[in-house]
Design a protein around this ligand. Structure first.
Ligand code: 3PG
Length: 304
């Protein structure tokens, strides 16, 4: 069996070593396509492979058409909005993700970015502390739970809203559940987004919602840029000079956001899952899931 790892943003080499061991033990061949820039490179690399591991790389109908032997694609990560699930199903390909494997890495970045934000991007002026501040977590999945765990250690008051997670689960993590998304923004000094990009969430974070933040509020986004209504948020930041927007996913309208000096920051590349540990966890999990499926028919974590 041939397994292609196609990552425009590569894993740490140590993660490749780890996933290669899993594939070697199963007698599978590893093919690497890293740092590719043209879709044509991906189309030609998938031509004869049985399995595919990707990160945020787009896997659409054209890729499935080109991958005649493909049986499984694993998104080494949580969000699988980059995979056309209908096309996968139509081509008889199983699609999976590796939930939770990079959650701690993303959560640590949230906290790092928040400290950077409340200390005024380290510009030398007096800032503020996270201890005692109210942190709202929108969607209490693996990343949201990890953020809550670390934030509690910092002495923050942590609140969460998740339309799909029972309040008791939130409470049992020592976090205060709130009744709605709007209530989360009304209650908190900082809101951290952990929602996936779905037809329901795309452009759902707009001026009406974010405008509910208390004075001096911060919106932090390590989820997906698609969930933000960028033009609406730009008009809010224009009206509310007390608000900050911090993101790990550079907005389409980055140049316009850059005008909010001292109130906007974006990492140049999506860095949340970019740690050796997260790469090892997600990469090795993806390889194990491929072997589990191809050898034993295990479909845990299938998303289509
Ligand atoms: C995820 O959905 O797992 C994260 O957004 C990480 O994405 P990446 O693998 O492209 O860094």
């Amino acid at each position: 069996m041939k397994v292609l790892v196609a990552t425009a943003k590569p894993f740490a080499p140590v993660a490749i070593e780890g996933l290669k061991k899993v594939l070697d033990n199963a007698g599978y061949e590893l093919v690497l396509l890293e740092k590719y820039t043209e879709k044509a490179e991906l189309l030609s690399a998938v031509a004869d492979v049985d399995a595919l591991i990707v990160r945020s790389d787009k896997v659409d109908a054209e890729v499935f058409d080109a991958a005649k032997n493909l049986k499984i694609v694993v998104r080494a990560g949580a969000g699988y909005d980059n995979i056309d699930l209908a096309a996968a199903t139509a081509h008889n390909v199983v699609a999976m993700n590796t939930p939770g494997q990079n959650a701690n890495a993303v959560a640590e970045l949230v906290i790092g970015l928040l400290i950077f934000a409340v200390r005024n991007f380290y510009n030398g002026k007096s800032g503020s502390e996270l201890m005692g501040k109210k942190l709202g977590i929108l969607a209490f999945g693996n990343v949201g739970r990890s953020v809550a765990r670390i934030a509690k250690g910092l002495g923050m008051e942590v609140y969460a809203y998740d339309a799909f997670c029972p309040a008791e689960v939130i409470t049992s993590a020592g976090v205060t559940p709130v009744a709605s998304r709007d209530a989360l923004f009304e209650t908190c000094d900082i809101v951290s987004l952990h929602i996936p990009a779905t037809p329901d969430t795309v452009k759902s974070i707009n001026a009406d919602v974010v405008g509910k933040l208390r004075k001096g509020g911060i919106l932090i986004n390590t989820a997906r840029k698609e969930v933000i209504d960028e033009q609406s948020l730009i008009s809010l930041l224009t009206q509310r000079e007390d608000l900050k927007y911090i993101t790990d996913i550079m907005p389409d309208a980055n140049a316009e956001f850059m005008a909010f000096e001292g109130r906007f920051f974006s990492t140049p590349k999506k860095m949340g899952a970019q740690t050796a540990e997260a790469n090892i966890n997600a990469g090795v999990a993806a390889a194990n899931q491929i072997v589990g499926f191809l050898r034993d028919g295990i479909t845990k974590f299938q998303v289509n």
